[in-house]
Design a protein around this ligand. Structure first.
Ligand code: C2O
Ligand code: CU
Length: 531
């Protein structure tokens, strides 16, 4: 028999005093939403704060410490980051926004496999914030999810993140607080492999982003408030669920013009392309009229690391005059395959190799279905820079999707039948701004149980009329038996995507749509390792 800890005693006491979440939420129950979900001990405490349900691993529990020790944390790589309000120059247009330091994207964090990343985040923002390491299988109490894995970092405070880096690859970091990610708060995170098997001459990190913050008075919070009213303008006040501290915090009065997007469609995305009309699309923080230029020599092999840091935009990417050899997606190697174009949902990454031709070439990121594009330039010879409106023919050429790739043999999941299937139906819509899993809007006290050692299947059934890039924290799942290892994958409307992962990283891990406006209105939940 286990000795009750102070914590479990406290939780039970509060649970007895609390009001049931079930009662609070029972009016929006979808079809059989509770199946497989443990709500037995979910309660709200006297302050209305959600109290963690009992029976699950704690983010700073001994299981998490043991998993971290198994990663054999190596030498420290020290980094300091400041989240601050600042003025950003997008290239001829300045905006007030929030960013890491005074730059966009934030200064890239680069470390080596086996390092211990020791990153101090100072919060100079007027709101609480947090730092999430998108794609990393790290220790749970450093995952940066306020109200689930740790507390938010208060204004004026700082937080020391410290964890082992256990896999090389292309990752990125952003807050997990409200819609802060749709400001300038993002930066690439590159974990180098000391035994890097690829040969290349140069490396180019390319971060794509849709932008509205500070443009004609717009803010992501105002856009969220507009979307949360639904298309009929009914007040659903989905912003700020009871007991959540998403850090995005207080409802903001709508400012700026309407940014609600209607009628954007894309065959590649199965219909509706997005909800938000971002006025700008950026590569590495630059407008197409003042693009970043990357210089190389003809014949150079370049590794391009593509990252979609957008809030609501899928990007179709091509490099004029070149084929792309895909080597990785979401940090993990694939059997190399060539393509002319790639489609990246929000949160996704692709690494590609190109052999540079002689001349000047546009790297174009089409805002899929939105009739706009972001641009960067590859210069390896003389000639005029491409016009901002250029659309390389490769954009309409062969396009490899993640489902067509195969995992490199070194990272293929061994064949095994799933021990457990977690069914997540993607529900809701823009009309009522009721995006959710299984008809239940996000509550930080939700837990879908999994057990350490299991092969877990996540089955995403998209019953909505829109595509969603679904993301799992702390693990890389496999897309089918020999498909690529990823942490973010596009689920088209009307389709079901099944992904498998090994439950080898104990803790509480978010599953959510990486459309930040969908996750914030409710399409987000928690997988919990049973204690
Ligand atoms: Cu980029 Cu919760 O994730
Ligand atoms: Cu979504």
């Amino acid at each position: 028999m286990r000795t009750p800890t102070r914590r479990t005693v406290l939780v039970s006491a509060l649970a007895a005093a609390g009001t049931g979440l079930l009662a609070a939420c029972s009016n929006d129950a979808g079809p059989d939403p509770m199946k497989g979900m443990d709500h037995s001990a979910v309660n709200h405490g006297p302050t209305g704060q959600a109290i963690a349900p009992a029976g699950f691993v704690s983010p700073n529990g001994p299981e998490v410490a043991a998993a971290e020790a198994g990663r054999r944390p190596g030498p420290e790589r020290k980094v300091a980051l400041t989240a601050t309000e600042t003025t950003l120059d997008l290239g001829g247009r300045t905006v007030r926004s929030w960013a890491y330091g005074d730059r966009l994207p934030g200064q890239e964090v680069r470390a080596t496999l086996g390092d211990t990343l020791a990153l101090t985040l100072a919060n100079h923002l007027p709101q609480p914030t947090s730092l999430h390491w998108h794609g990393l299988a790290l220790r749970n109490d450093m995952d940066g999810v306020p109200g689930v894995t740790q507390e938010a970092v208060r204004p004026g405070a700082s937080f020391d993140h410290r964890f082992a880096l256990s896999h090389p690859g292309t990752y990125w970091l952003h807050p997990h607080s409200g819609v802060q990610q749709d400001r300038g708060l993002y930066a690439p995170l590159i974990v180098e492999d000391p035994k890097e098997p690829l040969r290349y001459d140069r490396e180019w990190v390319v971060v794509l982003d849709d932008w509205l913050d500070g443009v004609d008075g717009s803010t992501p919070d105002a856009v969220l408030a507009e979307l949360a009213k639904g298309m009929g303008g009914m007040d659903h006040s989905s912003h700020g669920m009871p007991g959540t501290d998403m850090g995005g915090g207080t409802p903001t009065p709508a400012t700026g013009p309407s940014r609600m997007l209607m009628g954007a469609t894309s065959p590649l995305l199965g219909g509706d392309a997005g909800d938000v009309a971002h006025p700008f699309h950026l590569v590495n923080g630059r407008l197409p009229s003042a693009p970043e230029t990357f210089t190389a020599k003809p014949g150079d092999r370049i590794r391009i690391r593509l990252i979609n840091a957008g809030g609501d935009t899928a990007y179709r990417v091509a490099l004029g005059g070149h084929e792309l050899t895909v080597t990785h997606t979401d940090g993990f190697p694939v059997e190399q395959a060539t393509t002319q174009a790639l489609l990246l949902g929000m949160g996704e990454r692709y690494d590609v190799l190109v052999t540079v031709k002689d001349g000047v070439f546009p790297l174009t990121a089409l805002a899929e279905g939105k009739n706009a594009a972001a641009l960067a330039v590859l210069r390896a010879g003389g000639g005029a820079a491409p016009d901002a409106s250029v659309r390389p023919a490769e954009l309409d050429g062969r396009l490899l999707t993640a489902g067509q790739l195969k995992a490199d043999a070194s990272v293929r999941l061994p064949a095994k039948a799933p021990d457990r299937t977690v069914r997540l139906e993607l529900t809701g819509g823009m009309a009522r701004a009721d995006w959710a899993f299984n008809g239940r809007r996000y509550d930080p006290a939700q837990r879908y149980p999994v057990a350490a050692g299991e092969r877990v299947r996540l089955e995403f059934r998209n019953g909505t009329s829109m595509w969603h890039p679904v993301h799992l924290h702390g693990h890389s799942f496999a897309l089918g038996a020999d498909g690529p290892r990823k942490d973010t994958a596009i689920v088209l409307p009307g389709t079901t995507l099944a992904v498998d992962f090994d439950a080898d990283n104990p803790g509480l891990w978010m599953v959510h749509c990486h459309n930040v406006y969908h996750s914030e209105t409710g399409m987000m939940t928690v997988l919990g390792y049973q204690a």
